[in-house]
Design a protein around this ligand. Structure first.
Ligand SMILES: Cc1cc2nc3c(=O)[nH]c(=O)nc-3n(C[C@H](O)[C@H](O)[C@H](O)COP(=O)(O)OP(=O)(O)OC[C@H]3O[C@@H](n4cnc5c(N)ncnc54)[C@H](O)[C@@H]3O)c2cc1C
Length: 401
């Protein structure tokens, strides 16, 4: 693969080390590996285990708990590389939860829980791959969630339903968001929501959890589920952080996570562009390479400019995250996610068109990138909701809903 046009942004020594290490690991998992996972809708266990064996799932866990103690600046490089080296958005999504779901524990869990779990997450013995917020009756309006957690002595009792929860089949624990106070009894809609750590095996053992996989057209090898909780009993020490403050705890790490998502979209755009450029140079019709036609060149060149813009926004935000205000980082992280998803869509669309009929043939992979690029406009937050955020919080426009 030719990486030179991708490597135009200066990286720190640590970022360069991450880039080179992840690139090397990704070479073991070629296009055929990912195609087979996508065809069979098989979770890429070998890939995730390899990353985990090299300690990469503990990239954000502090060194005192056995992790690498790195930051989102390095995770962005890791995720971009995973996606760009052929795995696409889905390959990055296969490990995304395993990296970010332990961060609320690092910040908010008590010392006993941290010392019990974080070293195991860092060395790959335990996975916290799933995060459960979305509900059928709430959707993007996440403060309307109805799953309840009622205190009963030393326990909480959980009842309710979640939807679209990813990687439940590949996790030991789920970070669950539930209401400890109903919405009608709180002053602010963001209050009264709490964060819990659910041991999935224990939930099954109690007979308190049922799940059903949701068939879908994109990211098929990272499975998503509907979940039903009925009288699940959790020890009170499985509350992460403060009761009623869970939503604020989620918001706390949101910008960092959004930058990682932007990096995954940038990587997907780069993978699609790389395949488009390769085919445009190789394929000859009417006696010359199709890439000599400007109608083939320009969409690729345009998608490149979008990708580069998203990449600068993303790494600029990652670089200043420690010093910038929450508001400044929020503006950049949301803008980066928006631009990166649009860049991924433009790049994948150009790559499909460049391939002509082979654009829809599975063996050329660009059709998978296209399906994934479409998904990036919806998850983990829709493009409209990102624009709502920017309109209200950056431009100071009134909230309309
Ligand atoms: C593959 C996949 C994996 C996922 N994984 C997880 C997971 O692991 N954990 C988890 O908790 N969730 C997960 N989700 C859920 C995801 O976060 C939601 O699908 C997403 O936030 C959108 O919510 P919704 O689907 O209910 O859409 P809705 O909220 O019903 O929105 C439908 C449409 O209306 C638009 N809309 C709604 N309100 C407004 C408004 N005020 N202004 C403008 N437009 C508006 C939306 O942008 C969207 O286009 C996943 C989803 C998918 C598809």
């Amino acid at each position: 693969m030719v990486h030179s046009w991708r490597d135009s942004i200066p990286l720190s020594d640590e970022q360069t080390l991450v880039r080179d290490s992840i690139r090397e690991i990704c070479q073991e998992f070629d296009a055929e590996y990912w195609r087979k996972r996508d065809d069979a809708e098989d979770y890429p266990h070998e890939f995730v285990e390899t990353l985990s064996d090299h300690g990469w799932l503990g990239i954000l866990i502090p060194e005192e708990y056995g992790g690498a103690g790195m930051t989102t600046s390095e995770v962005a490089v890791m995720m971009e590389e995973i996606a760009a080296n052929g795995g696409g958005f889905s390959a990055a999504q296969a490990v995304h939860g395993g990296i970010y779901n332990s961060t609320p524990l690092v910040t908010y869990a008590d010392e006993d829980l941290k010392s019990e779990l974080l070293p195991k997450v860092a060395d790959g013995e335990v996975a916290i791959q799933s995060f459960g917020l979305t509900e059928p009756n709430a959707g993007s309006d996440s403060t309307s969630i109805e799953t309840s957690a009622e205190r009963d002595g030393d326990e909480y009792v959980i009842n309710g339903q979640k939807i679209w929860i990813s990687r439940v089949d590949a996790t030991d624990y789920l970070v669950l968001m539930a209401r400890t106070t109903p919405r009608e009894n709180v002053d602010k809609r963001t209050a009264g929501i709490s964060m819990f750590l659910v041991d999935i095996d224990d939930a099954y053992d109690q007979g308190a959890l049922e799940i059903q996989q949701i068939p879908k057209t994109a990211s098929g090898f990272v499975h998503s589920y509907e979940m039903w909780f009925s009288d699940l009993r959790l020890p009170a020490d499985r509350l992460i952080g403060e009761e009623g403050r869970g939503f604020y705890q989620v918001l706390d790490g949101l910008n960092e996570e959004r930058l990682a998502i932007a990096a995954e979209c940038v990587g997907l755009a780069e993978a699609a562009l790389e395949r488009g450029i390769e085919y445009a140079n190789e394929r000859e019709v009417f006696g010359s390479a199709i890439g000599s036609n400007q109608s083939i060149q320009h969409p690729l060149a345009e998608a490149y400019t979008e990708t580069l813009a998203a990449k600068h926004l993303l790494y600029g935000a990652a670089e200043t995250i420690e010093t910038a205000s929450q508001k400044e980082t929020g503006a950049m992280a949301n803008a980066a996610k928006y631009r990166a998803a649009e860049a991924a869509f433009a790049a994948a669309d150009a790559a499909v068109q460049t391939h002509g009929g082979f654009g829809v043939a599975r063996e050329y992979d660009v059709e998978r990138y296209f399906r994934e690029a479409r998904l990036t406009r919806i998850v983990p937050i829709t493009q409209q909701l990102v624009l709502n955020y920017i309109s209200e919080n950056v431009l100071g426009l009134p909230r309309s809903y």
